[in-house]
Design a protein around this ligand. Sequence first.
Ligand code: PGA
Length: 253
Amino acid sequence: MRRKLVAGNWKMQGRHAANAALVQGIRAREAEYLGVDLWIAPPALYIDQLAGLVVGSSICLMAQNVAREDDGACTGEISAGMLRDAACVAVIVGHSERRSRYGDDDAVVAEKFGRAQAAGLIPVLCVGETLAEREAGQTEAVVLRQLQVAIDAHGVSALASAVLAYEPVWAIGTGRTATSEQVQQVHRVLRAEVEKNDADVSAGLRILYGGSVRAANAGALFAMPDIDGALVGGASLDADEFVAIARAARVAH
Ligand code: PGA
């Protein structure tokens, strides 16, 4: 049985006071998401602050990005080792905002994936098609290519300590959610691809869905056999909404 995982990606949002209030609000309702893994990815600047705020709770910290290089002369970058040192357990790699705006192509994503694992972080590898690709019938080809890049670079066994996130670009921040059937179909294809290489890794691999997840649609998504949780953007900035999503994951157990 794969444990459900609900991960919040704050993106470039937050301030010290607002962060404290948000984490406090989430912690106050911890009883509602017992048994569900809850991860939060604040902007890197606030990771240390959150490390203090989550002490004594089950919440784990995730980073939104990582350098492709190891420690050294890389102005402005943050290494995987630093994130680990700052108590992160995981890092998002290949988010579509980074792929489309910051030059994170497949090769860069593969490098970041490797750096993360080498430092003991769990990479949360995002894959997903654009609207044009979906309309052209290329959804499966696109997500399989993005998955294959990591497998080619690091081997299928690397997925044993990774998380996959299917995030159709057209559903991110748009209020437009893929239907649970559409998501299940893509998750099934991704899991089947891993299964071809390693049945055990496939059976244990958590595949999250991301793209306008809200409390209102989370239950239907989590009821699907291959949807193991969610990567939540906008709704993770609201304690009640985020906890309600996590509660839906608990109920779906
Ligand atoms: P959203 O973002 O929930 O605001 O659509 C999801 C994501 O980018 O991970």
